[in-house]
Design a protein around this ligand. Sequence first.
Ligand code: SF4
Length: 151
Amino acid sequence: MLALLRDLRSLRRTTGLPAAARGRSLAVRHVDCGSCNGCEHELTLLQSPTVDLSRFGIGIVASPRHADVLLVTGPVTTRMREALLTAYAAMPEPRRVAALGDCALGVSVLGCDDEIVGPVESVLPVDLRIPGCPATPEQIASALLELIDRR
Ligand code: SF4
């Protein structure tokens, strides 16, 4: 058991993320607006023991009513536009929006033009841009930590 914990500690050092912080937190609500699920695979790894986002006070929440940040993946499809606006409207102030992945940033990796409204910023004001196809868990974690520091 101790050997496993030692291995985990050295593995975490390779991520380049800072040491765990106390006294700050960020609640994140994720909305998939039409991604290929590649970005979601990377998001899942944020909960893995290697990154363990909760040690920085960052957690994924189930409701936008509890969220500080709306983390959006994929280009905004016509079917998801209203759901995205509804989630944003339900968030308490001050609310932030993060666009994760090249699709959310409007690089047009996916979709047909008549099914896509556009990048996230064509629907909502975007505070944080996380490029990549997909971005790595370490890049996503670093960007969210930067957002905590801005608060
Ligand atoms: S940015 Fe890449 S991984 Fe993410 S949804 Fe688009 S195509 Fe998929």
